[in-house]
Design a protein around this ligand. Structure first.
Ligand code: PLP
Length: 436
């Protein structure tokens, strides 16, 4: 940062004492940390969760077979999402696997996915003995590089599984166009993107299904939980059957009883009770996160070597399960990322590095070497898969990514000033820190 930008940044920053904070010695070298207070705690809950849990307990109706709470949650969540149908599940993983299975994905099929995502996105494909086909990341947005999806489609492709990473939204225009050309179903992994929007419509409602997670780290949380949203009644009923050991229910138009097998991914009444309480404040928390994130981006984008995750123009609302950026050590006197993160933590700002390349995981290699995969896929198919499995942009992204968890975005705006101040302070002393 030039002196002029630094001065205008400091003039624009409203927090008192920011200039002195930046001038001080880094906490990692014995100076005063920028921040000593804790960031807001997660999860957020109150008497509403407690009341819902106690009522469910006392009702004696703990599963959806004899209770009404899961059903109430499904109706409420479908409404918030603007979807016709919602199915509660035991986890986001269960939602994804149910969706793919209900769409008929299985052995011999290819499923397209991004390499910058949580391991579950890959596991559900492997659980169904399909071949995962990784399409490289767009490093500016951290999302799947949607322009590279069409060239990755083959006659074996059975589904596209994009992820809306960090609660922002993948390029759904390009994804839906590529899928539409070949009439391929899209399953949106929206596990990180509750309330995020693409062109004013909720992420998760563009694909055949959208899958959500309510695991403890997610922005809507019941410990473990998930949901599928869809506008397709037949697919909804198939998902319902699969998620309950194939036990379909007869509706006026569909009856999948005893016609498909399945697994057991039911949401419990307790999960639904917590979710109904969580949903009373999901909108408020989402607004706070996004306002703080956008303000933090306005501060950080002025710092050379800090490249905050860029949103596509079509992403009209971000959910920010995390706040991500790329760290360029060249602008920090070569200070390695791990040391930068350590220095941030010492300043009172806990920061993490993110995912390692999913397409290079040992468990994936082991899986493709397994008996099952060799029975299903000819040798040359597996050899070609290995050749194609290159994501160089993502490899670089994994080395440069850094970020914060969503609870850092739940406090006052001045917390964002402190995050930026810590970065500036480390940059000002980067050479010293690199030597230490
Ligand atoms: C959390 C998450 C999942 C899995 O959700 P669980 O509820 O933990 O099973 C899947 N995909 C992504 C991108 C996630 O972040």
């Amino acid at each position: 940062m030039s002196d002029v930008t630094r001065r205008s940044f400091l003039a624009a920053a409203p927090a008192a004492g920011l200039a002195t904070a930046v001038a001080g010695k880094p906490a990692l070298l014995g100076g005063q940390p920028v921040r000593t207070q804790r960031f807001p705690a997660w999860p957020v809950f109150d008497r509403k969760e407690e009341q819902g849990l106690v009522e469910t307990l006392r009702s004696g109706h703990w599963f959806r077979g004899n209770g009404q709470t899961v059903k109430r949650f499904e109706e409420a969540y479908a409404k918030v999402m603007g979807a016709k149908y919602c199915l509660g599940t035991s986890s986001g993983t269960g939602a994804l696997q149910t969706s793919l299975a209900a769409l008929g994905v299985g052995p011999g099929d290819e499923v397209i996915l991004p390499p910058y995502t949580f391991t579950a996105t890959l596991n559900v494909i492997l659980n169904l003995y399909a071949l995962p086909v990784f399409v490289d990341s767009d490093p500016e947005t951290f999302q799947i590089d949607a322009r590279k999806i069409a060239p990755a489609i083959t006659e074996r492709t059975a589904a596209i599984l994009p992820v809306h990473y960090s609660g922002n939204v993948a390029d759904l225009d390009t994804i839906m166009a590529a899928a539409g050309e070949r009439n391929l179903p899209v399953v949106e992994d929206a596990c990180q993107s509750h309330l995020a929007e693409w062109r004013g419509r909720k992420a998760g409602t563009y694909g055949a299904t959208g899958c959500f997670s309510f695991q403890a780290s997610k922005n809507v949380n019941c410990g473990e939980g998930g949901a599928i949203v869809t506008n397709n009644e037949e697919l909804f009923e198939k998902c319902f059957a699969y998620h309950w050991n194939g036990g379909g229910r007869r509706t006026a138009r569909y009856n999948f009883t005893d016609s498909i097998h399945g697994a057991k991914f039911l949401m419990t009444e307790f999960q639904a009770a917590i979710l109904l309480a969580q949903m009373t404040r999901m909108e408020d928390l989402a607004q706070t996160r996004e306002q703080n994130a956008l303000y933090l981006t306005s501060l950080l984008k002025e710092i050379p070597g800090i490249l905050p995750l860029r949103r596509y123009d079509g992403c009209t609302r971000g959910a920010y399960l995390s706040y991500k950026l790329r760290y360029k050590k060249e602008q920090f006197a070569g200070l390695p990322r791990a040391k930068f993160l350590k220095a941030m933590a010492a300043e009172g700002i806990p920061a993490g590095s993110g995912y390692t390349p999913l397409n290079k995981k040992q468990y994936l290699k082991n899986c493709l070497k397994s008996k099952g995969y060799h029975l299903i896929y000819p040798k040359d198919v597996l050899a070609r898969w290995e050749e194609r499995n290159q994501c160089p942009a993502n490899d670089r992204l994994c080395e440069e990514a850094a970020g914060f968890t969503q609870n850092l975005l739940l406090g006052p705006r001045s917390d964002m000033d402190q995050i930026a101040a810590a970065v500036l302070k480390i940059q000002a002393h980067a050479a010293e820190l690199a030597r230490a």
